[in-house]
Design a protein around this ligand. Structure first.
Ligand SMILES: Nc1ncnc2c1ncn2[C@@H]1O[C@H](COP(=O)(O)OP(=O)(O)O)[C@@H](O)[C@H]1O
Ligand SMILES: [Mg+2]
Length: 369
Protein backbone atom coordinates (compact mmCIF):
# COMPACT_ATOMS: atom_id res chain seq x y z
CA UNK A 1 0.00 0.00 0.00
CA UNK A 2 1.28 3.44 -0.88
CA UNK A 3 0.54 6.75 0.80
CA UNK A 4 1.43 10.37 0.22
CA UNK A 5 2.16 12.75 3.09
CA UNK A 6 1.82 16.51 2.58
CA UNK A 7 3.34 18.92 5.03
CA UNK A 8 3.61 22.67 5.17
CA UNK A 9 4.77 23.91 8.51
CA UNK A 10 4.92 27.12 10.47
CA UNK A 11 7.91 28.28 8.40
CA UNK A 12 5.55 28.85 5.43
CA UNK A 13 8.39 27.93 3.06
CA UNK A 14 6.29 25.60 0.93
CA UNK A 15 4.85 22.10 0.65
CA UNK A 16 6.85 18.91 1.23
CA UNK A 17 5.42 15.77 -0.35
CA UNK A 18 6.62 12.27 0.50
CA UNK A 19 5.40 9.05 -1.12
CA UNK A 20 5.85 6.00 1.11
CA UNK A 21 5.05 2.37 0.77
CA UNK A 22 3.81 0.30 3.72
CA UNK A 23 4.09 -3.51 3.63
CA UNK A 24 1.51 -5.94 5.03
CA UNK A 25 3.66 -6.24 8.18
CA UNK A 26 3.77 -2.44 8.57
CA UNK A 27 7.27 -1.87 7.21
CA UNK A 28 7.66 1.64 5.90
CA UNK A 29 9.83 2.67 2.92
CA UNK A 30 10.27 6.15 1.49
CA UNK A 31 9.77 5.90 -2.30
CA UNK A 32 10.20 9.48 -3.48
CA UNK A 33 9.85 13.10 -2.41
CA UNK A 34 9.00 16.43 -3.96
CA UNK A 35 8.94 19.99 -2.61
CA UNK A 36 7.17 23.02 -4.00
CA UNK A 37 7.96 26.48 -2.62
CA UNK A 38 4.99 28.77 -2.02
CA UNK A 39 4.60 31.55 -4.59
CA UNK A 40 5.25 34.88 -2.84
CA UNK A 41 1.58 35.94 -3.27
CA UNK A 42 0.31 32.87 -1.42
CA UNK A 43 2.92 33.19 1.29
CA UNK A 44 1.94 36.80 1.95
CA UNK A 45 -1.73 35.84 2.17
CA UNK A 46 -0.88 33.18 4.75
CA UNK A 47 1.22 35.63 6.77
CA UNK A 48 -1.52 38.22 6.68
CA UNK A 49 -4.20 35.76 7.86
CA UNK A 50 -1.92 34.64 10.67
CA UNK A 51 -2.05 38.20 11.91
CA UNK A 52 -5.78 38.54 11.34
CA UNK A 53 -7.92 41.62 10.71
CA UNK A 54 -10.33 42.92 8.01
CA UNK A 55 -12.39 40.60 5.83
CA UNK A 56 -10.88 37.58 7.53
CA UNK A 57 -13.57 35.01 6.79
CA UNK A 58 -13.69 35.80 3.08
CA UNK A 59 -9.90 35.66 2.77
CA UNK A 60 -9.75 32.47 4.81
CA UNK A 61 -12.33 30.75 2.64
CA UNK A 62 -10.54 31.63 -0.56
CA UNK A 63 -7.06 30.76 0.69
CA UNK A 64 -8.37 27.40 1.93
CA UNK A 65 -9.42 26.55 -1.63
CA UNK A 66 -6.26 27.99 -3.24
CA UNK A 67 -4.06 25.95 -0.91
CA UNK A 68 -6.14 22.84 -1.65
CA UNK A 69 -5.09 23.26 -5.30
CA UNK A 70 -1.41 23.62 -4.34
CA UNK A 71 -1.47 20.58 -2.05
CA UNK A 72 -3.07 18.61 -4.90
CA UNK A 73 -0.32 19.82 -7.27
CA UNK A 74 2.32 18.58 -4.82
CA UNK A 75 0.61 15.18 -4.51
CA UNK A 76 0.22 14.83 -8.28
CA UNK A 77 3.87 15.80 -8.79
CA UNK A 78 5.17 13.23 -6.33
CA UNK A 79 2.96 10.55 -7.94
CA UNK A 80 4.29 11.39 -11.41
CA UNK A 81 7.83 11.33 -10.08
CA UNK A 82 7.27 7.85 -8.63
CA UNK A 83 5.65 6.72 -11.90
CA UNK A 84 2.50 5.80 -9.99
CA UNK A 85 -1.15 6.31 -10.83
CA UNK A 86 -3.90 7.32 -8.44
CA UNK A 87 -5.11 3.73 -8.19
CA UNK A 88 -1.74 2.80 -6.65
CA UNK A 89 -2.15 5.28 -3.80
CA UNK A 90 -4.43 4.33 -0.94
CA UNK A 91 -4.54 7.77 0.66
CA UNK A 92 -3.02 11.19 1.04
CA UNK A 93 -2.43 12.50 4.55
CA UNK A 94 -2.43 16.28 4.46
CA UNK A 95 -1.38 18.27 7.49
CA UNK A 96 -2.58 21.54 5.98
CA UNK A 97 -1.26 24.99 6.76
CA UNK A 98 -1.69 26.13 10.34
CA UNK A 99 -3.20 29.59 10.65
CA UNK A 100 -3.93 29.52 14.36
CA UNK A 101 -3.00 27.14 17.17
CA UNK A 102 -4.74 27.99 20.46
CA UNK A 103 -4.73 24.91 22.68
CA UNK A 104 -5.16 27.07 25.81
CA UNK A 105 -8.08 29.25 24.67
CA UNK A 106 -11.42 29.16 26.57
CA UNK A 107 -12.58 26.85 23.80
CA UNK A 108 -9.27 25.36 22.66
CA UNK A 109 -8.86 25.10 18.90
CA UNK A 110 -6.34 24.67 16.14
CA UNK A 111 -6.90 25.61 12.51
CA UNK A 112 -5.21 24.05 9.48
CA UNK A 113 -6.36 24.93 5.99
CA UNK A 114 -5.92 23.46 2.50
CA UNK A 115 -9.30 22.14 1.45
CA UNK A 116 -9.32 18.32 1.47
CA UNK A 117 -12.33 18.09 -0.87
CA UNK A 118 -10.28 19.92 -3.49
CA UNK A 119 -7.30 17.61 -2.89
CA UNK A 120 -9.43 14.45 -3.24
CA UNK A 121 -11.10 15.87 -6.35
CA UNK A 122 -7.94 17.01 -8.17
CA UNK A 123 -5.89 13.91 -7.33
CA UNK A 124 -8.56 11.21 -7.43
CA UNK A 125 -7.06 9.91 -4.17
CA UNK A 126 -8.81 9.53 -0.80
CA UNK A 127 -7.56 12.31 1.44
CA UNK A 128 -7.21 12.38 5.21
CA UNK A 129 -6.97 15.83 6.79
CA UNK A 130 -7.63 17.84 9.96
CA UNK A 131 -5.60 15.47 12.16
CA UNK A 132 -5.12 17.78 15.11
CA UNK A 133 -8.71 18.66 16.00
CA UNK A 134 -9.59 15.18 17.26
CA UNK A 135 -6.77 15.24 19.79
CA UNK A 136 -7.96 18.66 21.00
CA UNK A 137 -11.47 17.20 21.33
CA UNK A 138 -10.10 14.76 23.92
CA UNK A 139 -8.38 17.65 25.71
CA UNK A 140 -4.93 17.19 24.19
CA UNK A 141 -2.66 19.94 22.86
CA UNK A 142 -3.28 18.71 19.29
CA UNK A 143 0.49 18.71 18.91
CA UNK A 144 3.05 17.33 18.34
CA UNK A 145 1.72 14.44 16.23
CA UNK A 146 5.00 13.36 14.60
CA UNK A 147 6.24 11.40 17.66
CA UNK A 148 4.26 8.32 16.62
CA UNK A 149 6.48 8.15 13.51
CA UNK A 150 9.61 8.94 15.50
CA UNK A 151 8.84 6.01 17.78
CA UNK A 152 8.23 3.70 14.85
CA UNK A 153 11.41 4.55 12.93
CA UNK A 154 13.90 5.88 15.46
CA UNK A 155 13.37 3.95 18.71
CA UNK A 156 16.36 2.03 20.03
CA UNK A 157 15.96 -0.70 22.67
CA UNK A 158 19.48 0.10 23.90
CA UNK A 159 19.64 3.84 24.42
CA UNK A 160 17.36 6.73 25.40
CA UNK A 161 17.08 9.02 22.39
CA UNK A 162 15.71 12.47 21.71
CA UNK A 163 14.60 13.52 18.23
CA UNK A 164 14.79 17.28 17.69
CA UNK A 165 12.72 18.73 14.87
CA UNK A 166 13.72 22.28 13.99
CA UNK A 167 10.93 23.65 11.81
CA UNK A 168 9.36 27.07 12.31
CA UNK A 169 8.72 25.94 15.87
CA UNK A 170 11.09 23.40 17.41
CA UNK A 171 9.73 20.23 18.96
CA UNK A 172 11.37 17.27 20.63
CA UNK A 173 10.40 13.64 21.14
CA UNK A 174 11.81 11.50 23.93
CA UNK A 175 12.14 7.81 23.06
CA UNK A 176 13.07 5.81 26.18
CA UNK A 177 14.98 2.62 25.42
CA UNK A 178 12.55 0.75 27.66
CA UNK A 179 9.59 0.30 25.31
CA UNK A 180 7.19 0.07 28.27
CA UNK A 181 7.98 3.61 29.36
CA UNK A 182 5.89 6.37 27.77
CA UNK A 183 7.16 8.43 24.85
CA UNK A 184 6.98 12.13 25.57
CA UNK A 185 7.36 15.20 23.42
CA UNK A 186 6.56 18.88 23.24
CA UNK A 187 7.32 22.17 21.51
CA UNK A 188 10.39 23.79 23.01
CA UNK A 189 9.68 27.21 21.43
CA UNK A 190 10.94 29.00 18.33
CA UNK A 191 12.96 27.02 15.79
CA UNK A 192 13.53 28.94 12.56
CA UNK A 193 10.53 31.23 12.71
CA UNK A 194 12.19 34.25 14.38
CA UNK A 195 15.34 33.76 12.27
CA UNK A 196 13.20 33.89 9.10
CA UNK A 197 11.16 36.87 10.27
CA UNK A 198 14.21 38.88 11.24
CA UNK A 199 16.05 38.24 7.98
CA UNK A 200 12.91 39.14 5.99
CA UNK A 201 12.49 42.29 8.01
CA UNK A 202 16.07 43.45 7.41
CA UNK A 203 17.33 41.95 4.18
CA UNK A 204 14.08 41.06 2.38
CA UNK A 205 15.35 37.49 1.99
CA UNK A 206 13.35 34.40 2.93
CA UNK A 207 16.04 32.84 5.05
CA UNK A 208 19.54 33.30 6.38
CA UNK A 209 21.29 30.92 4.00
CA UNK A 210 23.26 28.36 6.03
CA UNK A 211 23.20 30.84 8.94
CA UNK A 212 25.86 33.07 7.34
CA UNK A 213 24.34 36.33 8.51
CA UNK A 214 24.06 35.03 12.07
CA UNK A 215 27.71 33.95 11.85
CA UNK A 216 28.69 37.55 11.05
CA UNK A 217 27.13 38.82 14.30
CA UNK A 218 27.98 38.51 17.97
CA UNK A 219 25.32 37.30 20.35
CA UNK A 220 23.97 39.75 22.92
CA UNK A 221 23.83 38.34 26.42
CA UNK A 222 21.43 41.09 27.53
CA UNK A 223 18.96 40.31 24.75
CA UNK A 224 19.24 36.55 25.20
CA UNK A 225 18.58 36.80 28.94
CA UNK A 226 15.59 39.01 28.30
CA UNK A 227 14.11 36.65 25.67
CA UNK A 228 14.60 33.70 27.99
CA UNK A 229 12.30 35.31 30.58
CA UNK A 230 9.30 34.37 28.42
CA UNK A 231 7.15 32.16 30.68
CA UNK A 232 6.59 29.56 27.94
CA UNK A 233 10.10 28.17 28.46
CA UNK A 234 9.39 27.44 32.14
CA UNK A 235 6.06 25.66 31.60
CA UNK A 236 6.28 21.90 32.18
CA UNK A 237 5.17 19.66 29.29
CA UNK A 238 2.82 18.76 27.68
CA UNK A 239 2.86 22.08 25.85
CA UNK A 240 2.72 23.44 22.33
CA UNK A 241 3.07 26.85 20.76
CA UNK A 242 3.09 28.71 17.47
CA UNK A 243 3.62 31.94 15.62
CA UNK A 244 0.71 33.59 17.40
CA UNK A 245 3.10 33.71 20.35
CA UNK A 246 6.63 33.83 18.90
CA UNK A 247 6.58 36.48 16.16
CA UNK A 248 8.15 39.77 15.10
CA UNK A 249 6.01 41.80 17.54
CA UNK A 250 7.22 39.58 20.39
CA UNK A 251 10.84 40.15 19.38
CA UNK A 252 10.61 43.92 18.83
CA UNK A 253 8.81 44.39 22.14
CA UNK A 254 11.75 42.77 23.93
CA UNK A 255 14.28 44.70 21.83
CA UNK A 256 12.71 48.01 22.76
CA UNK A 257 13.32 47.29 26.43
CA UNK A 258 17.08 46.72 26.31
CA UNK A 259 20.10 49.00 26.16
CA UNK A 260 22.50 49.18 24.37
CA UNK A 261 20.75 48.06 21.15
CA UNK A 262 22.48 45.18 19.42
CA UNK A 263 23.09 45.44 15.65
CA UNK A 264 20.72 43.55 13.31
CA UNK A 265 23.33 40.82 12.74
CA UNK A 266 23.87 40.54 16.51
CA UNK A 267 20.13 40.02 16.95
CA UNK A 268 20.25 37.20 14.37
CA UNK A 269 23.18 35.59 16.21
CA UNK A 270 21.22 35.90 19.47
CA UNK A 271 18.15 34.26 17.93
CA UNK A 272 20.27 31.26 16.94
CA UNK A 273 21.36 31.01 20.58
CA UNK A 274 17.76 31.31 21.74
CA UNK A 275 16.64 28.35 19.61
CA UNK A 276 19.59 26.21 20.64
CA UNK A 277 19.58 27.10 24.31
CA UNK A 278 15.84 26.53 24.78
CA UNK A 279 16.11 23.11 23.12
CA UNK A 280 19.16 22.13 25.19
CA UNK A 281 17.62 23.44 28.41
CA UNK A 282 14.35 21.56 27.75
CA UNK A 283 16.30 18.32 27.33
CA UNK A 284 18.36 18.96 30.47
CA UNK A 285 15.38 19.86 32.62
CA UNK A 286 12.62 17.62 31.44
CA UNK A 287 14.48 14.69 29.81
CA UNK A 288 17.71 14.25 31.78
CA UNK A 289 18.00 10.53 30.90
CA UNK A 290 18.75 11.38 27.25
CA UNK A 291 21.93 9.81 25.87
CA UNK A 292 21.69 10.52 22.11
CA UNK A 293 20.10 13.26 20.02
CA UNK A 294 19.10 13.28 16.34
CA UNK A 295 18.01 16.38 14.49
CA UNK A 296 15.62 16.89 11.58
CA UNK A 297 13.75 19.75 9.88
CA UNK A 298 14.95 22.75 7.87
CA UNK A 299 17.10 23.97 10.78
CA UNK A 300 19.61 21.23 9.93
CA UNK A 301 20.65 23.42 6.94
CA UNK A 302 21.63 26.28 9.23
CA UNK A 303 25.30 25.66 10.02
CA UNK A 304 25.38 28.15 12.90
CA UNK A 305 22.44 26.43 14.54
CA UNK A 306 23.89 22.97 14.08
CA UNK A 307 27.33 23.82 15.40
CA UNK A 308 25.88 25.63 18.43
CA UNK A 309 23.66 22.61 19.07
CA UNK A 310 26.67 20.28 18.98
CA UNK A 311 28.43 22.46 21.55
CA UNK A 312 25.40 22.28 23.87
CA UNK A 313 25.16 18.50 23.48
CA UNK A 314 28.92 17.94 23.53
CA UNK A 315 28.56 15.09 26.03
CA UNK A 316 26.42 12.94 23.75
CA UNK A 317 26.35 11.97 20.07
CA UNK A 318 24.38 14.47 17.94
CA UNK A 319 23.64 13.67 14.30
CA UNK A 320 20.83 14.25 11.83
CA UNK A 321 18.14 11.59 11.26
CA UNK A 322 20.05 10.68 8.08
CA UNK A 323 22.13 8.50 10.41
CA UNK A 324 18.91 6.63 11.26
CA UNK A 325 17.95 6.16 7.62
CA UNK A 326 15.61 9.08 6.94
CA UNK A 327 16.76 12.40 5.46
CA UNK A 328 15.97 15.28 7.86
CA UNK A 329 13.94 17.20 5.23
CA UNK A 330 11.25 14.54 4.88
CA UNK A 331 10.46 13.32 8.38
CA UNK A 332 7.30 15.38 8.82
CA UNK A 333 5.81 14.65 5.39
CA UNK A 334 6.49 10.94 5.94
CA UNK A 335 4.77 11.25 9.32
CA UNK A 336 1.55 12.49 7.73
CA UNK A 337 1.62 9.68 5.15
CA UNK A 338 1.98 7.26 8.07
CA UNK A 339 -0.81 8.99 10.01
CA UNK A 340 -3.11 8.55 6.98
CA UNK A 341 -2.31 4.83 7.09
CA UNK A 342 -3.15 4.63 10.80
CA UNK A 343 -6.46 6.43 10.24
CA UNK A 344 -7.53 4.19 7.36
CA UNK A 345 -6.61 1.13 9.42
CA UNK A 346 -8.75 2.44 12.26
CA UNK A 347 -5.74 2.87 14.52
CA UNK A 348 -5.11 5.85 16.84
CA UNK A 349 -2.48 8.37 15.78
CA UNK A 350 -2.01 10.56 18.86
CA UNK A 351 0.14 9.60 21.82
CA UNK A 352 -1.65 10.78 24.99
CA UNK A 353 1.68 10.78 26.87
CA UNK A 354 2.81 13.44 24.38
CA UNK A 355 -0.27 15.60 23.77
CA UNK A 356 -1.87 15.20 27.19
CA UNK A 357 -5.07 13.86 25.61
CA UNK A 358 -7.42 11.78 27.74
CA UNK A 359 -7.11 8.86 25.35
CA UNK A 360 -5.68 7.66 22.06
CA UNK A 361 -8.07 8.41 19.18
CA UNK A 362 -8.35 7.87 15.43
CA UNK A 363 -7.32 11.16 13.87
CA UNK A 364 -8.62 13.16 10.95
CA UNK A 365 -11.51 13.29 8.53
CA UNK A 366 -11.62 10.99 5.50
CA UNK A 367 -12.56 12.48 2.12
CA UNK A 368 -13.21 9.59 -0.21
CA UNK A 369 -11.88 9.69 -3.76
N1 LIG B 1 19.79 26.30 3.36
C1 LIG B 1 19.23 26.79 4.45
N2 LIG B 1 19.87 27.70 5.21
C2 LIG B 1 19.32 28.22 6.32
N3 LIG B 1 18.10 27.87 6.76
C3 LIG B 1 17.40 26.96 6.05
C4 LIG B 1 17.91 26.37 4.87
N4 LIG B 1 16.99 25.50 4.39
C5 LIG B 1 15.93 25.54 5.25
N5 LIG B 1 16.17 26.43 6.23
C6 LIG B 1 15.28 26.81 7.33
O1 LIG B 1 14.31 25.81 7.52
C7 LIG B 1 12.99 26.35 7.42
C8 LIG B 1 12.05 25.32 6.87
O2 LIG B 1 12.07 24.22 7.71
P1 LIG B 1 10.90 23.16 7.75
O3 LIG B 1 11.42 21.95 8.42
O4 LIG B 1 10.31 23.02 6.39
O5 LIG B 1 9.88 23.88 8.72
P2 LIG B 1 8.29 23.86 8.73
O6 LIG B 1 7.92 22.47 9.06
O7 LIG B 1 7.95 24.85 9.78
O8 LIG B 1 7.87 24.28 7.35
C9 LIG B 1 13.16 27.57 6.54
O9 LIG B 1 12.14 28.50 6.75
C10 LIG B 1 14.54 28.08 6.95
O10 LIG B 1 14.46 28.86 8.11
MG1 LIG C 1 8.41 23.54 5.52
Amino acid sequence: MNYIGLMSGTSVDGIDAALISVSADDRLTLVTTHAIPFPAGIRNKIYSLMLGGGGEIERLGQLDMALGELFADAANAVMRQAGMEKKNIRAIGCHGQTLRHRPRADHPFTLQIGNPSVIAERTGVTTVADFRARDIAVHGEGAPLVPVLHRKLFHSPKVNRVIINIGGIANITYLPADGDKPVSGFDTGPGNTLLDLWVRHHNARDRDEAGQWAASGKFSKTLLERLLTDPYFQVAPPKSTGREHFNLAWLTEHLEKIQPKPSAADVQATLVRLTVQTIAEAVRRFLPQTRETYVCGGGTHNRELMSALKVHFSRMPTATTEALGLHPDWVEAVAFAWLAHLTLEGRPGNLPSVTGAQRAVILGGIYKA
